[in-house]
Design a protein around this ligand. Structure first.
Ligand code: NDP
Ligand code: HSE
Length: 443
C-alpha cells in the first residue's frame, strides 16, 4: 500500500463548534487516519482572541490570530467563524490555494454561495457544507447524492433549533419567549445575533440551501418568504394545543404551479404554522430538527436529530473532513453544484394553503352569517367553525357579556384571497378584533 503524506487541517474559529471539531481531530486522530487512509494533522485554530475561554482545551501553541498564514499551510480548511466577512475572503483564499473547504456557515452560503461554488469549480476543489443545515442531521449528502436520481417534490422541515426550543418551552412549560431564548443562548444554540433565529432569517437561509439542492435551481435567500416567531404569543400556543395543534416554525420548499398564471416553478417559505398534534413534526422537541422529503420514486423520507449544539454539529463537520481527505487521497476534481433545472422561483402569492383565523366578535344573532358571507365574497371556503364565550380583559364590562371567540378553519386558499378576507374582517362592524391568523400545514 502506498503511504500518503499527512493531511493538514486548518480550523477557522474555536467557538461552540470549532472547539469541538479541534478536540475531535486531536482525540480521534488515529481512528480518522485509518478511515481516510492517510494521517490527519490539526495545523491550527484561528481565533479572534488567544485568551478567550474555550469549551475544550485546545493547546495554546495551536491557537493563532493569523488565519491567512494558517490557510497557506493547509490541505483542508474548516470555516467555523460565522458571519460574512472575513469568512468569505478566507474561503476564497483557501480555495485558490488549492485547499478543499468545509463550512457550517449557512448565512455565507445563502448570500455568496454561487461565488464560492464557482471558485471551487474553477480550481477543481470542493466546498462541503453538511453542517450548514440541520446541525448533526445528514441532509445535504442525501439530497445531493442519494436522491440525485429521483425528483424531489416537497420538503417540510423544522430547521432552526433555537426557535423550536423556544416554542417547545412555551408549549410544555408556559414559559415566556424571552426566558426560553435566554436558555437557548446559554446552551449555545442561538446565533451570535439571535434575531437571525427568532426573525426566521437562519431558517430562510437553510430553506434556500435545501431548495437549491433539491430542485437543481439557484434559490437565493432573499427569494424565500420569511416570517419569524416574534409575533407568536403564549395565548396562540396554548389555544393551538387545546384545539389539537402545535405551533412550529416551518421551512417549506416545494415544486408548484401558480394557480393564476399556470407557471411551473419552485417556492420556499418560512413561517410559524399550526400542525396537528398527531403529525410526526409535532413530536420534534427541544433544539431538535426534522426534515421531511417527499420524492417521486422514494416517497416520504424523514431525517431527524440534533439541529444545533457544538459537539453535535462537529459530527457533521468531521464527516466532511473525512470526505475531503479521502478525495485528496483518491485525487480528481470536486463535484460541482447542480443548477441545471433553473426553474422560476415563485412568490408567496403562488402558494395555496389552509388557514386558521381567530376572531373576537359580537355575540349577536346574524353575526355568524355575516362573517361566513364575508369569507365567501373573497373566495375563501370555510371548513370548520368553533365558537366559545370570550374571556377578554380588554373589553369593557358592558361589551364583555356579548363577546364570543370564533375560530375559523379554511379549505386551501390563496394568500391574496386570505389577506383580503382578513382586511375585510378587521374593518367589519361585528368583529372586535382579529386575534390570530396562522397557516395550517401537515393535514
Ligand atoms: P461561535 O460564535 O461560538 O464561534 C466563532 C469563533 O470564530 C470564535 O472562536 C471566534 O474567536 C472566531 N472568530 C470570529 N470572527 C473571527 C475573526 N474575524 N478572526 C478570527 N476568528 C474569528 O460560533 P459557532 O461555533 O456557534 O458557529 C460557527 C458556525 O457554525 C456559524 O457559521 C454557525 O452559523 C454555524 N453553526 C453553528 C451551530 C451551533 O449549534 N452553534 C450549528 C450549525 C451551524 P474568539 O473565540 O476568539 O472570539
Ligand atoms: N442557531 C441555529 C439554530 C444553529 O438554532 O438552529 C444551527 O444552525
Amino acid at each position: 500500500m502506498i503511504e500518503y503524506r499527512n493531511l493538514r487541517v486548518a480550523v477557522l474559529g474555536g467557538g461552540s463548534v470549532g472547539s469541538q471539531v479541534a478536540d475531535q481531530l486531536l482525540t480521534h486522530r488515529d481512528e480518522l487516519a485509518a478511515r481516510i487512509g492517510a494521517g490527519i494533522e490539526l495545523a491550527g485554530v484561528a481565533v479572534r482572541s488567544i485568551d478567550a475561554p474555550r469549551d475544550t482545551a485546545i493547546p495554546r501553541e495551536l491557537l493563532t490570530t493569523d488565519a491567512e498564514s494558517l490557510i497557506l499551510s493547509a490541505d483542508i480548511v474548516v470555516e467555523l467563524m460565522g458571519g460574512l466577512e472575513p469568512a468569505r475572503t478566507l474561503i476564497l483564499q483557501a480555495l485558490n490555494s488549492g485547499a478543499d473547504v468545509i463550512t457550517a456557515n449557512k448565512a455565507l452560503l445563502a448570500t455568496h454561495g454561487p461565488e464560492l461554488f464557482e471558485a471551487a469549480e474553477q480550481v477543481g476543489a470542493q466546498l462541503y457544507y453538511e453542517a450548514a443545515v440541520g446541525g448533526a442531521i445528514p441532509i445535504i449528502r442525501p439530497l445531493r447524492d442519494s436522491l440525485a436520481g429521483d425528483r424531489v417534490k416537497r420538503i417540510l422541515g423544522i430547521v432552526n433549533g433555537t426557535t423550536n426550543f423556544i416554542l417547545d418551552r412555551m408549549d410544555a412549560h408556559g414559559e415566556s419567549m424571552a426566558d426560553a431564548l435566554a436558555t437557548a443562548t446559554a446552551l449555545g444554540y442561538a446565533e451570535a445575533d439571535p434575531t437571525a433565529d427568532v426573525g426566521g432569517y437562519d431558517a430562510a437561509q437553510k430553506a434556500a440551501i435545501l431548495a437549491s439542492l433539491a430542485f437543481h435551481t439557484l434559490v437565493p435567500a432573499d427569494a424565500v418568504y420569511r416570517e419569524g416567531i416574534t409575533e407568536v404569543t403564549l395565548e396562540q400556543v396554548v389555544a393551538a394545543r387545546k384545539a389539537g395543534y402545535v405551533v412550529k416554525l416551518l421551512a417549506i420548499c416545494e415544486r408548484l404551479t401558480d394557480p393564476v398564471t399556470g407557471v411551473d416553478g419552485v417556492s420556499a417559505r418560512v413561517h410559524p404554522a399550526l400542525i396537528p398534534d398527531t403529525h410526526p413534526l409535532a413530536a420534534v422537541h427541544g433544539a431538535n430538527n426534522a426534515v421531511f422529503v417527499e420524492a417521486e420514486a422514494a416517497g416520504p423520507l424523514m431525517f431527524y436529530g440534533a439541529g444545533a449544539g457544538g459537539i453535535q454539529t462537529a459530527s457533521a463537520v468531521l464527516g466532511d473532513v473525512v470526505s475531503a481527505a479521502r478525495r485528496h487521497v483518491v485525487g480528481g476534481p470536486g463535484v460541482a453544484e447542480s443548477t441545471h433545472a433553473n426553474l422560476p422561483v415563485l412568490p408567496i402569492s403562488s402558494v395555496m394553503t389552509r388557514y386558521q383565523i381567530a376572531l373576537l366578535v359580537a355575540d349577536e344573532p346574524g353575526v355568524l352569517a355575516l362573517i361566513a358571507a364575508l369569507f365567501q365574497s373573497h373566495g375563501v371556503s370555510v371548513e370548520t367553525v368553533a365558537q366559545s364565550v370570550a374571556v377578554v380583559d380588554s373589553l369593557s364590562a358592558t361589551d364583555a357579556p356579548s363577546a364570543a371567540t370564533l375560530v375559523i378553519g379554511t379549505h386551501e386558499a390563496s394568500e391574496a384571497d386570505l389577506a383580503a378576507t382578513v382586511a375585510a374582517l378587521t374593518t367589519s362592524s361585528v368583529v372586535h378584533s382579529v386575534t390570530s391568523v396562522l397557516r395550517v400545514e401537515g393535514l
